[in-house]
Structure formats: structure tokens, C-alpha cells
Design a protein around this ligand. Structure first.
Ligand SMILES: C[S@@+](CC[C@H](N)C(=O)[O-])C[C@H]1O[C@@H](n2cnc3c(N)ncnc32)[C@H](O)[C@@H]1O
Length: 385
């Protein structure tokens, strides 16, 4: 496909999203109906659509309209691209810009447009991030870094770097975690690499790794909200005997294969298989959240979030902590984690927990801000006494 045809495809997909389809669904539907598109075309179109979702508000202002075509014009203007070369009607490229389109569009000036955040969320974003609010909102419009976790049980960081380099995947150390490597070239080759096949690496955000690094040593760990098992695997790599649990057991379906590849054992338990009396040195609650620290990866999330949903999430976060605390040994640690930067999901939840449960204290809390190296995360360690 020509670059112009890729832009035309992105316009069609954005219009489907505006009509109510989820981005993944719209991309899959387009790919099914467009067998002529190769993997590079699909990847380029996906990148364009996700970039448009990250800068949804500013692109509409720059492009002078709300539909897919105007947004893509806005996106390309933001990138200083040669729009006339792409909108030239050749092959499957979009039709040339009309005089009206050339005159439409303006530089975004409203805060919400420049920061690409929903208007209702701005006060909370500013309250949580203070003087850094603008800088972090702007970083959150970039692509997220692609980061690996080295399975240091089976190899060293240097082993991984040279193995990947021999397959043209260059990496560099990531300062957020000693096990983290940022991928600098050919990220799409990582999953086919021998290092990946042999269980030397996993894809995992660097701040997500740092959250696990911060957990005190222990023997037995329960990952209470295990999902796909990213943190359960990192705990197992640290030497913990890990139990993985999730309210939706189907989400844990890949854990056995991932664990086998990494050479670790993880016991996967559905909610009705977790005995109430079972105790652990560490109970990790990687709670469902707005995902505001990871909106670069799932930009649709920021436009779907509402105050009502945030309130619901706060209730779920409290409930999870209150239930999971029963599984912590007397000297153990209840670890709370979100990939959010919002105070109502982080510090406020910990303060509310401490107010509800006399005898518990917070021994550690830390927020990782959204950066070029990793996503935004928060963690707090709760202990008795
Ligand atoms: C942020 S995701 C976990 C991501 C995972 N820990 C990782 O690192 O890959 C949150 C998970 O919490 C689960 N969850 C939601 N409510 C829950 C509850 N009440 N009890 C346990 N798990 C819950 C969801 O099904 C979801 O898989």
C-alpha cells in the first residue's frame, strides 16, 4: 500500500471508531476486509490510528473538524507531513484537500485540547501532578516505550542484549529497573526472537517491573489480581512461590504457558479455589483502575472514562484491599498497585484503608510518573503494626 492509501485506511477506521466500534474491533474488521494489506501496512495503519486516539482533541482542532478525514489532516499537520503528497487521489489515497479544508483548522489553545485530556478530568490531573501536569500530559501523547524484562533466573542482561543484537534488535538499559531493557530497533521482531522463545525475556513495562522490585523479600506470594500474569511472572523470577488469582479466571489462561516458557511454576487458582485460611508473605493487589498511567498504550481508555466509572473503580479498589488483607501473614505485606496517576485511585485509597483498619500502617509508597522510560504507576506497602 502507498503511504496515501494507509492514510485513507486510517480515516475509514477512525470513522468506524466514531460510529461506536472499539479501536481493536475496527482495526480487525478493516484487516479482514483488506486481504491485500501486508503486515507492514497493518502495523503502519495501527500506529496512525493509535496516534490519532492519543491526540484526539488537538487533531480535531488542527484539522478543523471531528470526522476521520479532518482528524487525519490534523494529525499530519501536527507531524508537519506533506499532506498534498498523501492526499493526491492516486491509487487508494484520499482526495486532495478542498480550499475549505485548507483554510480550516487552528492551533489548539484550550488546555484540554493541548493536553489531550477529557475536560472533566483536568482538575484531577492538575491536582495529582501539580507543576508537572502539563509536561506529563504532553509526554502521555507520545508512543509508549517498548520494554523487556530479563529473566535473570536463566540469563544475564548482557546475554539478552547480545542475543537480540544478533537478530537486529537493539536495546538499552532502562534506569527504572535493573531487569528492564528498552527496545530501540525492530520491536516487532522481539516475539519471534530466540531469546523470547527460550524464556529469557518477557514484554513488561519498566515501572511495572520497578513495582515488583520494591516488594520486600519473602517466600510465598499471592497475586490477587493476576490478569495475564505479568507481575506474577516477575515475582516468580524473584524466587517467590506464586499463586495467581483473579475474579475473572479466563484472564489467567496464558499464565501456565508463560510460566513454562520462563521455567517457573505458578499455581493458578479461581476465586472458589482460594481457601480463606491460606496466608502469604506478600499479597499483591494490582487493582483494576482507570489506566491513566498507561493511556499511551490504550488511548481509548481516556475518552471512555467517566467520573461515575472512576467512583465505581474506587469502590472496587477498596473492596479488593479489604478482602485480600485476610490472606496476609501477621508479618506479611499487602501491596497495592495501580497504573494510574490519579490521587483518588492511589493515595486516597491508602488513606481510606488506614482509616478503616486500625493496626495497619503504610511502610512504603511511591509513584512513578509517565516518562520516556515507563508508564505511570503507584504502589503502597501495608503492614500490621
Ligand atoms: C490491572 S489488571 C491486572 C494486571 C496483571 N497483574 C499484570 O501485571 O499483568 C487487574 C485485574 O484485576 C482483576 N479484578 C477485578 N476485580 C477483581 C476482584 N474483585 N478480585 C480479584 N481480581 C479482580 C481483573 O479481572 C483484572 O484482570
Amino acid at each position: 500500500m502507498t503511504p496515501g492509501a494507509r492514510v485513507a485506511a486510517s480515516i475509514e477506521i477512525i470513522d468506524d471508531i466514531l460510529a461506536g466500534q472499539a479501536a481493536e474491533q475496527a482495526l480487525t474488521r478493516w484487516a479482514r476486509n483488506s486481504r491485500f494489506a501486508g503486515s507492514k501496512d497493518r502495523a503502519a495503519i495501527r500506529d496512525l490510528v493509535f496516534a490519532a486516539l492519543r491526540t484526539w482533541r488537538s487533531d480535531a482542532v488542527l484539522g478543523g473538524g471531528e470526522d476521520g478525514r479532518a482528524r487525519m489532516i490534523g494529525r499530519l499537520r501536527a507531524d508537519d507531513a506533506d499532506i498534498d503528497a498523501l492526499f493526491d487521489d492516486a491509487g487508494h489515497a484520499p482526495a486532495p484537500l478542498t480550499d475549505e479544508e485548507r483554510q480550516a483548522g487552528a492551533t489548539p489553545t484550550e488546555i484540554g485540547d493541548r493536553w489531550n485530556l477529557p475536560e472533566w478530568l483536568l482538575p484531577q490531573w492538575q491536582a495529582a501532578l501539580g507543576d508537572d501536569a502539563e509536561a506529563i500530559a504532553l509526554i502521555a501523547q507520545d508512543r509508549a516505550p517498548i520494554t523487556l524484562r530479563v529473566n535473570t533466573r536463566v540469563c544475564s542482561v548482557a546475554d539478552v542484549q547480545s542475543a537480540l543484537e544478533s537478530e537486529q534488535v537493539l536495546t538499552e538499559a532502562n534506569s527504572l529497573s535493573p531487569t528492564a531493557l528498552t527496545v530501540l530497533s525492530n520491536p516487532r521482531r522481539v516475539r519471534q526472537s530466540q531469546a523470547y522463545i527460550d524464556g529469557w525475556i518477557e514484554m513488561q513495562d519498566a515501572a511495572s517491573q520497578a513495582v515488583v522490585d520494591a516488594i520486600p523479600d519473602g517466600t510465598r506470594a499471592l497475586d490477587y489480581c493476576a490478569g495475564g500474569g505479568g507481575k506474577a511472572l516477575a515475582l516468580a523470577a524473584r524466587g517467590f512461590t506464586v499463586w495467581a488469582h483473579d475474579i475473572a479466571p479466563g484472564r489467567m489462561a496464558d499464565i501456565p504457558d508463560r510460566a513454562e516458557r520462563a521455567g517457573v511454576q505458578i499455581r493458578v487458582v479461581a476465586p472458589d479455589q482460594l481457601p480463606a485460611k491460606e496466608k502469604f508473605d506478600v499479597v499483591l493487589c494490582d487493582a483494576p483502575c482507570s489506566g491513566s498511567g498507561a493511556w499511551r498504550r490504550s488511548p481509548e481508555g481516556k475518552w471512555a472514562l467517566t467520573q461515575q466509572r472512576l467512583d465505581e473503580l474506587n469502590g472496587i479498589q477498596d473492596e479488593i484491599l479489604d478482602t485480600a488483607m485476610g490472606h496476609v501473614t501477621p508479618e506479611g505485606t499487602l501491596v497495592y498497585v495501580t497504573c494510574s496517576v490519579l490521587t483518588c485511585e492511589n493515595e486516597d485509597r491508602i488513606d481510606a484503608f488506614l482509616a478503616r483498619h486500625a493496626g495497619w500502617t503504610c511502610s512504603f509508597r511511591k509513584r512513578w510518573t509517565i516518562s520516556a522510560e515507563g508508564d505511570g504507576f503507584f504502589t503502597a506497602h501495608l503492614t500490621r503494626g
